[in-house]
Write a protein that binds this ligand. Structure first.
Ligand SMILES: O=C(O)CCC(=O)C(=O)O
Ligand SMILES: [Fe+2]
Length: 276
């Protein structure tokens, strides 16, 4: 548990304005409706609709930043742009603190992970899960692990998020004013399995709407072709390298080509040991 230091008002404003965006008349939302991945701001339902067979009970506003010091808030929907800006400004300190704490937990110098240039605030997904009349027939978001370094998740008090722990789905009960930090696949890869990415899903509920905002940390554009592999300082005879090097772009390409099919992407990058 870490004190995130972000005022509750900033969190509440992001949740409220996300809800307001999604509840606007269709005409206001249509301006942003696209699946064109070159657009920085996108509004869609079920991001991987054409890769998986399952449509999911969720709409998403996706915002890409690359360099958060140069954000053009004007490109975001007016109804939530200031709230997104305020949240991102506050998230910086937390992201840097997490990079330091994780470095220290690995026995590395506190600036080690930051020096790899993969801890950047790159994308915010503002999700809206409408109340569902038949929750047993659908799902809010399918089982997956995030392909990134870290996810910082803000959720409202409706519930529905679950993580897979020892083959059992466990509810992540919302705690007001808290943020949840999930390890992603890329963190698992660079730490050679020290931090494991967590599989999770969101079940549909009759209650709602449920609002959440998932902020993804991964290398910024200029570093996305750079190879990342297990940190050399962590490897030894007892802890041999488990994964081959890959760039963020190659990883995400493989992840995206599968869609959220419930099968992890990470094993595809595993090295086969000589004894196997
Ligand atoms: O809405 C949530 O709580 C989770 C969202 C999520 O898993 C994601 O965007 O990857
Ligand atoms: Fe996720």
């Amino acid at each position: 548990m870490v004190n995130h230091g972000i005022p509750t008002g900033v969190l509440d404003n992001l949740l409220r304005s996300t809800r307001e965006f999604h509840e606007q008349p269709k005409e206001m939302r249509m301006e942003f409706y696209t699946r064109d991945c070159t657009r920085k701001v996108k509004y869609y339902s079920t991001g991987d609709l054409y890769q998986t067979k399952t449509a999911q009970w969720r709409d998403t506003l996706s915002c890409d930043f690359d360099d958060t010091s140069k954000i053009d808030l004007g490109s975001f929907p007016e109804i939530c742009r200031n709230e997104i800006g305020d949240y991102l400004n506050r998230l910086h300190g937390l992201k840097n603190l997490l990079a330091e704490l994780l470095s220290e937990a690995l026995g590395l110098s506190s600036n080690h992970l930051a020096s790899l240039e993969c801890f950047d605030i790159q994308r915010l997904l503002c999700h809206y899960y409408p109340p569902c009349p038949e929750p047993d027939l659908t799902i809010g978001i399918m089982k997956h692990s995030d392909p990134y370094i870290l996810t910082i998740l803000l959720q409202d008090n409706i519930g529905g998020l679950q993580i897979l722990h020892k083959n059992q789905w466990v509810d992540v009960t919302p705690v007001q004013g808290s943020l949840l930090v999930n390890a992603g696949d890329l963190l698992q890869l660079i730490t050679n399995d020290h931090f494991k990415s967590v599989e999770h899903r969101v079940v549909a509920t009759r209650a709602g709407p449920r609002i959440s905002a998932a902020c993804f940390i991964y290398p910024r554009n200029k570093n996305q072709s750079k190879p990342y592999g297990p940190v050399k300082e962590l490897l030894s005879d007892k802890n041999p390298q488990k994964y081959r090097e890959t760039s963020f772009l190659d990883y995400i390409h493989y992840f995206g080509s599968k869609g959220l099919d419930g099968v992890k992407a990470l094993p595809h990058f595993q090295l086969i040991s000589a004894n196997e």
